[in-house]
Ligand binder design. Sequence first.
Ligand code: FMN
Ligand code: SF4
Ligand code: SF4
Length: 251
Amino acid sequence: MVIYFSGTGNSLAIARSIAAATNEQVLPLTQAVREDLTSEKRIGLVYPSYDFNVPPAVRTLVPKLQINARAYVFIIIPCGAQAGNSSWTVRKLLQAKGIRVAYTHKIRVPDNSAIVFGRNPNDQKWKFRRFASRLQTIIDDVKAERHAYHYSWWSPLAWVMGTRRMEEWMLRTFRPAVNESKCIGCGICVKMCPMRNIAIDEKAGIGPHCTACLACLHACPQQAIEAGGKPTIKERQYCHPDIKRSDLSAK
Ligand SMILES: Cc1cc2nc3c(=O)[nH]c(=O)nc-3n(C[C@H](O)[C@H](O)[C@H](O)COP(=O)(O)O)c2cc1C
Ligand code: SF4
Ligand code: SF4
């Protein structure tokens, strides 16, 4: 089983590739926490790096997973550049449940948070350049059930970024807001939000359980969802090229 958490499709695309090559199924993390996975012999976790650490939702949900301590567990981090402590943190969360992670790696993909700083994630396609060879390495390692920690050390900077205070800062910076003058109440963002954190009352309204995945911001057809105090520009909205927005709709 390959479990993923994904806002803009990078993690889902990677989870699907690994699952296809290893005859596994994919499952969103939000659904995996409701299932008994103790009979699974191989468990993958694919989730993005946020601020050198893990998305708040991953930190909350991973401890709820029911998985077998004898399973081969691997973690893959799709990230813009730096994975930081993102696999270390989950290794420790699982270790506290008596589960030892066997293998970790990271893989560079376009950075969906670039939009918050006014940059275009779609201009970063060069990041896919070394993608295929890294993905193949990961697949070969997972198939052979190798044990190795790549990019999974503890770093003090990343630790600071993962403290509650920094996590709150991160959420303040990246948490999107609805520009009501642009919203047409179509409900697409409601379907996209993995946290079921958006409601519609004529206009969309974002609730308190945001994990800053930016799925809603990248998917809104009116560019009505904004973050970092900047208007959202259509050309900068990103979704992994192999993933349809409907694939990402909250299950
Ligand atoms: C709130 C936020 C913080 C991020 N922080 C980092 C980071 O610290 N390092 C990094 O390399 N990429 C960072 N990224 C980029 C994502 O890790 C990257 O785009 C990832 O592939 C997104 O996965 P997804 O498409 O499955 O949602 C961040 C993205 C978001 C939304
Ligand atoms: S997707 Fe955009 S336009 Fe549609 S309801 Fe959400 S914020 Fe409004
Ligand atoms: S409100 Fe938007 S950014 Fe926040 S969790 Fe939902 S989809 Fe992600």
